[in-house]
Write a protein that binds this ligand. Structure first.
Ligand SMILES: [Zn+2]
Length: 166
């Protein structure tokens, strides 16, 4: 995983669709418990939403996207789309769009990949295009909007749910 993952780092949960080999790599895991072993002393971030099955589905999605949109898709498409779609599939629907949108609007650290290392902001952007704009995957990949454009749409988006009562 350290080498074929292409990052010379093995602290991630998995790797796939590398330039050199097509294999999917997943870090050491407790299969019966459906969890990966954390690379650090504590549990992994967002552990509840990221069991072992999530990591497998996320990485296999990268392979599927590479087969559909080209081997170099990791280089050709924006990171928010590549990782956002892998999380969209990987989390199998376990994603509260309006709650994550609220956190995004508040500038929550979890919604910033640069500070959290999580793909939640990418997932939110991809889910917005697929579920709110009702675009097909082919439409999104054939002409991905710019990151700034998606952020503008997200800031204009008004959720149906009201969080004031919570
Ligand atoms: Zn990924």
């Amino acid at each position: 995983m350290w080498f074929y993952g292409g990052r010379f780092d093995a602290s991630m949960g998995g790797a796939a669709a590398g330039i050199v080999v097509e294999n999917v790599f997943i870090r050491a895991s407790d299969i019966a418990a459906n969890r990966i072993y954390s690379p650090g002393p504590g549990p992994i971030a967002d552990a509840d939403q990221r069991p072992l099955s999530y990591f497998i589905a996320h990485e296999v999605t990268h392979s599927d996207v590479a087969r559909r949109f080209g081997r170099l898709m990791m280089l050709r498409y924006p990171m928010w789309l590549v990782e956002g779609y892998a999380d969209y599939v990987g989390k199998g629907g376990d994603f509260d769009f309006d709650l994550n949108h609220k956190l995004f609007m508040e500038g929550d650290r979890a919604m910033n990949f640069g500070s959290s290392g999580l793909y939640r902001e990418f997932h939110l952007k991809t889910a917005y295009l697929l579920d709110k704009q009702r675009k097909t995957l082919s439409q999104v990949f054939s002409d991905p909007p710019g990151d700034a454009q998606v952020e503008t749409w997200l800031r204009e988006y008004r959720p149906l749910r009201d969080f004031k009562d919570r």
